[in-house]
Design a binder for this molecule. Structure first.
Ligand SMILES: [Zn+2]
Length: 149
């Protein structure tokens, strides 16, 4: 097709909408951002072997070429596996200090992220049940945060 060369290559940069500082603007899992806009936090699952991935991956390291990936929604309650209250942060995150990062265990997968700013650190207890929800930052950027269930 002769006119194909003339067309500008469209860049799928949906990840520019993610987080305070976006490190990755283009990936094979940009639907993650569309799902956030729809109010869902999602990961991927390999239909071939059942492995769940969060953050989402476009390929399964176990099945490689045989992998058939699908999206799943992070829903229900996860258990607070670990957390850390940060007093120092990289450039771009210093205005948020202090804030807590954490890992929730959902059984088949784990989710790494931030505790919602409104949750007092004193309320955090290992093993407590928490949920993951979409969060809209000032300026319209998207991320997700953890809150007590
Ligand atoms: Zn697999």
């Amino acid at each position: 097709m002769a006119d194909k060369k003339k067309k500008k290559r469209e860049i799928d940069d949906r990840f520019k909408k993610f987080g305070t500082v976006s490190f990755t603007a283009t990936t094979k899992v940009n639907d993650f951002i569309t799902h956030l806009e729809e109010g869902r936090v999602t990961g991927t699952r390999c239909q071939t072997c059942g492995t769940h991935y969060f953050p989402p991956r476009a390929d399964c390291y176990r099945c490689r070429g045989k992998a058939r990936m699908e999206w799943f929604t992070v829903e229900g309650k996860g258990k607070l596996l670990t957390y850390s209250v940060l007093q120092y942060a990289p450039v771009g995150f210093t205005e948020d200090l202090p804030y807590a990062i954490a890992v929730l265990d959902y059984g088949d997968y784990k989710v790494f992220g931030r505790i919602a700013p409104k949750v007092p650190f004193e309320e955090l207890k290992l093993g407590m049940e928490m949920t993951t929800r979409v969060n809209r930052l000032a300026g319209g950027q998207l991320n997700y945060v953890f809150e007590p269930a």
